[in-house]
Design a protein around this ligand. Sequence first.
Ligand code: 13P
Length: 252
Amino acid sequence: MRKKIVAGNWKCNTTLAEGIALAKQVSNLVAEKGAKDVVVVLGTPFTHLASVATAVDLSRVSVSAQNCAAEAKGAFTGEVSVSMIQSTGATYVILGHSERREYYHETSETLNKKVALTLAQGLTPIYCCGEALAIREAGTENAFVKKQLEETVFNLSAEDFGKIVIAYEPIWAIGTGRTASSQQAQDMLSFIRQLIAKKYNQNIAAECSILYGGSCSPANAQELFSQPDIDGGLIGGASLKADDFLAIINAY
Ligand code: 13P
């Protein structure tokens, strides 16, 4: 079902104690002052998942991993499986973030396995896509994002596709303070929704939550979220400050 979602991606930040404190602060603020119809998600490091899931009110705040193993279990030293993630109380997994694609060479083939395992375990993938600056400057961002989707989540059945969340994050806007304009974000999210309608059907497209990510802040969230195809945000830096994160949640 199409929902408004504001998801924090803490990336590789916070010690366990800092993470628990931040999660408690967010949970309390959301309980006191948070918009009731917004799904709030905290994407924490693996090491924090279980503690954060215990620290927050899970009826108001959901917990997400930022990655998962591409295999269900076995001899894969250092990997964290989807069932391990699920056992912590987390219900979302961020997949295909551009930082993982770039620094850890995550391919469409690997992502397909991760998406399938996440769905099989009943967790919700937040599937990230988005182009680099050179692609935007060449004007080929639509073709690039289309290919990312075609190589991965467009392989899903209609039923499974209906369970995922998409996050469009232009790489040039991540951590740069250079956010996409609300029009640029709206144009891409509308394009993605049209692709979904063509691949599946209008109903699935209308029901899919599509988020924008990239230098989203209390200053620009309202303008971004007022666009018809933007169903929320995937928030990096601003999710590390509870007050800023709450302001973004309440930007609707
Ligand atoms: P920033 O909000 O720090 O630009 O990060 C966006 C992001 O990558 C969220 O996944």
